[in-house]
Design a protein around this ligand. Structure first.
Ligand SMILES: Cc1ncc(COP(=O)(O)O)c(C=O)c1O
Length: 377
């Protein structure tokens, strides 16, 4: 039986939430309603749009367990937020940044670009120590200013112990930055519990939103350390006083939003977030992990398939990567696509990333299709 919010085509089994998710029914309804309102009324209802903008900050505050909605900035995407941090901190030649060798380019390029200022980007081999966290800690020295890591690695599904990393960073006076795009909306993520200084994510993966609207979390102390690189009316404390000279910077995270908000994206993402918050992230996480557990077990039981992403019992994610023992990855991926299984080629295999609404039955059918893949086309 299909989830009422996800009337996806019968031709598809959608297991690609770690890439781009489908929109729930309520999200497409919100976008249609907003389009019709703009068509018929222009911006007449702008005060309502501002209420929605306020609401989404509160929704994101709740989702991240941020102390205040003022700690939430609405940004274009994860890459933009990571760039705000990398370009905004006052670096000195000889400083270093510790990260992992499994990061998505968005959490590598902004830091590597600092090499021109004499800042070193250190990539730990997460498999080189007893735990992935130990591998990160081994690269830290007295010149480490910041540790940046994905909460869940996009290519393997490896989930980091963020509470342990956050404690380590605080103990050593190191800033902690978390790319949370593979956690937010899939599993619980708590900026206060993990003592993150900066965290960011985009809306189009596990959050079921459209592309082009993301969240950037900063603590009040951490954001004061960021030099700003974009300027405009929307980041002023006295936002609608267009004649104010000199102007004061907004004390909250709105300082990172220089101009008009992405109102269409806000309508859509707010609707998507309402589904997750109504369902409850504890329930969503339990269902996501039940599905990835089911997948891992079914792959182990399937002689034609090889599981690549074993998960520590305490730190499971929604991402499962596997290979076919005879067919190559490209062949397997094409075969799945041809049979309507939406997934991705990642991490040396095929990545399945089911969400809470996928049925175990359809996940089982997708695996049976994978197991039946002929060795070559
Ligand atoms: C871990 C991780 N970070 C960042 C991104 C991309 O971020 P954005 O497009 O929001 O900049 C992805 C997309 O796959 C990702 O998996």
């Amino acid at each position: 039986m299909k989830h009422p919010e996800f009337p996806l085509s019968d031709e598809l089994i959608y297991l690609n939430h770690a890439a781009v998710a489908p929109w729930p029914k309520r999200t497409s309804a919100a976008v249609i309603a907003f389009a019709e309102q703009n068509r018929d009324w222009g911006s007449h209802y702008y005060p309502d749009w501002l209420k929605k903008e306020l609401l989404i900050r509160r929704q994101l505050r709740d989702l991240l367990n941020a102390a205040s909605a003022d700690d939430i900035a609405l940004v274009k995407n994860t890459s933009e937020a990571l760039s705000f941090v990398a370009c905004g901190l006052p670096w000195q030649a000889g400083d270093n940044i510790v990260s992992s060798n499994e990061e998505f380019p968005s959490n590598r390029l902004p830091w590597q670009a600092l090499s021109a200022q004499g800042v070193e980007f250190r990539e730990a081999d997460l498999r080189s120590a007893a735990t992935p966290e130990d591998a990160l800690f081994a690269l830290v020295d007295q010149n480490t200013r910041l540790l940046t890591v994905s909460s869940i690695q996009f290519g393997s599904g490896l989930r980091m112990d963020l509470v342990r990393i956050g404690e380590f960073c605080k103990r050593h006076g190191i800033l902690f930055c978390v790319d949370a795009i593979q956690s937010l909306g899939a599993v619980q993520f708590d900026v206060q519990a993990c003592q993150a200084d900066f965290a960011m994510a985009d809306g189009h993966k596990w959050l079921f939103g459209p592309e082009g609207l993301g969240v950037f979390y900063t603590t009040p102390e951490a954001r004061e350390r960021l030099k700003l690189s974009q300027y405009g009316w929307h980041m002023m404390k006295d936002i609608h006083n267009y004649e104010n000279r000199p102007w004061e910077i907004h004390p909250g995270s709105r300082r990172f939003e220089c101009g008009s908000p992405n109102m269409l994206g806000i309508q859509a993402l707010s609707a998507s977030l309402s589904l997750l918050l109504e369902t409850g992230m504890d329930t969503v996480e339990a269902l996501v992990l039940e599905r990835s557990d089911f997948l891992r077990q079914a792959i182990r039981n399937q002689p034609n398939l090889l599981l690549l992403s074993e998960a520590a019992p305490r730190l499971k994610s929604g991402i499962v990567v596997f290979k076919h023992r005879q067919a190559g990855n490209e062949t397997l991926y094409r075969h799945l696509q041809q049979h309507g299984v939406v997934c991705a080629l990642r991490g040396g295999g095929v990545r399945f990333s089911p969400h809470f609404y996928n049925s175990l039955d359809e996940i089982g059918r997708a695996l049976a299709i994978a197991a039946d893949c002929p060795p070559a086309d």
